[in-house]
Design a protein around this ligand. Structure first.
Ligand SMILES: Nc1ncnc2c1ncn2[C@@H]1O[C@H](COP(=O)(O)OP(=O)(O)OP(=O)(O)O)[C@@H](O)[C@H]1O
Length: 275
């Protein structure tokens, strides 16, 4: 890995400095800084329209910023030529909102898309074998591989999207609202899957969410977007110690308190189960 030049810290996988994004007259980000550390699950929160998805799109090179610098794995990601950008892109996987599966392809074929794109010489039998492995890895039954997205439940679609995001054995995973639209049990199961894959594969995870349960259950740190920048980043107790009205309202409001009790209750069950 190239040493990061922006952060001077080898443990920083994503480093954003002085980011400015906008559309016409509308400025979405200004002077935004963020570090994502190796091996952490970083939750990214903020009110609707604060620019969480635009931030993710800037980091992965789908949105060219007006100003600022972004490094991923110590490599500048802005304005790279296609060959250089491809080399960096190979090292991350993305689960877009809603799964974003190709509806005319089966689950297995969806997982094979990035493999074919980056390794065009792999033979078909191997492609299918890798896809089958990724499908099972995300907790789907092997019978899901030949199915089309329309034949899957919402939760299964998310898992299929995750299988595709993991196709290239990434070091870094971007998840955009992975539990949106899932029922609470499905959402909790998806959180568990994310946490267990993160641990097993040693992933760094950039996770955009509105789901307080997800933040409490699996995020190591949380970055809060407001006023066009990351106004705070830290553990939830660290954020709760801050006197910012949006942070207090979000984490200490009725939904935040409910999420804490549910995490405590689950921890209690886990202890009882072990006993
Ligand atoms: N391609 C685009 N063209 C014009 N405006 C855009 C574009 N993409 C995003 N925006 C605007 O940028 C702002 C931030 O959008 P973004 O989707 O990043 O918000 P978000 O924080 O992810 O919101 P949500 O939580 O509702 O998903 C919004 O006002 C949105 O309308």
């Amino acid at each position: 890995m190239t040493a990061p030049t922006l952060s001077h810290d080898d443990d920083v996988v994503i480093c954003v400095r002085g980011l400015k994004n906008g559309f016409g007259e509308q400025i979405v980000h200004e002077d935004l800084d963020l570090d994502v550390r190796r091996g952490e699950i970083l939750g990214v929160v903020g009110g609707s329209g604060t620019g969480k998805s635009v931030l993710m799109r800037s980091i992965i090179g789908l949105q060219t910023p007006i100003e600022g610098e972004i490094e991923v794995f110590g490599e500048n990601t802005i304005g790279r030529d296609e060959t250089e950008a491809t080399e960096i892109r190979k090292r991350w996987g993305i689960l877009f909102q809603g799964g974003a599966l190709f509806s005319t392809l089966t689950v297995s074929e969806n997982v094979q898309v990035p493999l074919k794109e980056y390794y065009p010489k792999l033979d078909q039998a191997l492609l299918e074998e890798i896809a089958a492995y990724k499908v099972v890895m995300t907790g789907l039954p092997p019978e899901a591989a030949p199915k089309f997205p329309a034949e899957l439940s919402g939760g299964m679609k998310k898992r299929a999207g995750l299988a595709r995001a993991l196709a290239l054995d990434p070091e870094l995973l971007f998840l955009d609202e992975p539990t949106a639209g899932l029922d609470p049990i499905g959402a909790a199961a998806f959180d568990e899957l994310t946490a267990s894959l993160q641990k097993t594969l040693g992933l760094t995870v950039f996770l955009i969410t509105h789901d307080l349960d997800t933040l409490y259950a699996i995020c190591d740190r949380v970055a809060v977007l407001a006023d066009r920048k990351v106004i705070a980043v830290g553990t939830i107790p660290e954020l709760l110690a801050l006197d910012h009205p949006w942070i207090q309202e979000y984490f200490n409001g009725p939904r935040g308190r409910a999420a804490v009790s549910s995490v405590k209750a689950n921890a209690g069950h886990a202890t009882e189960d072990r006993g």
